[in-house]
Ligand binder design. Structure first.
Ligand SMILES: [Ca+2]
Ligand SMILES: [Ca+2]
Length: 162
């Protein structure tokens, strides 16, 4: 008997190939992240294109990551333990911002010494902060070497979808 090498349900069958569906779901959630539209992602994640709290700037799970950021970074918008995490620490007396760099996205660390002045955010002008799109996931480490004489500095990371 000839067997189809591809995973297909038997012709005429109403059974769904659950393993294949899971593979497709995983592919949509990982490989196609950023390539499927936000609306398609909402349908996949929430199961309903008009789900409550699914608008881009809403935060359905209350993890402080708006749905749009969860869409771009591939996290679960209904799991408050799953969100894109950045951190800051000191190394050799300099602030270091770390975050997971995600393929197909660009990232820019910005700084401001007066965060209430929204026009003051500027890209951090250091080599680590050059803008590029990684082809595979990696941990980004951006060291701020420009803080001499600065008492306080605030940082944020801009996520850019090319
Ligand atoms: Ca969220
Ligand atoms: Ca989440």
């Amino acid at each position: 008997m000839w067997e189809n090498p591809h995973r297909m349900p038997p012709i005429g069958s109403n059974l769904l190939d659950k393993e294949a569906i899971e593979l497709i779901r995983e592919w949509i959630q990982t490989d196609l992240r950023g390539r499927i539209s936000y609306e398609e992602w909402v349908l996949t994640q929430f199961g309903d294109a008009t789900a409550r709290d699914s608008a881009p700037l809403q935060d359905a799970d209350g993890d402080k990551a708006p749905n749009l950021l969860e869409y771009l970074t591939g996290t679960d918008p209904e799991d408050s333990d799953d969100f894109w995490k950045s951190s800051i620490h000191y190394r050799e007396g300099r602030p270091v911002v770390s975050f997971p760099r995600i393929p197909d996205l660009a990232f820019e660390v910005q700084w401001n010494d007066q965060p209430d002045k929204v026009d003051n955010w500027k890209a951090l002008d250091v080599p680590d902060n050059r803008r590029f799109i990684a082809s595979s996931p990696e941990e980004a480490v951006v060291r701020d070497s420009t803080t001499d004489g600065i008492k306080a500095r605030y940082y944020r990371i801009r996520v850019i979808q090319p």
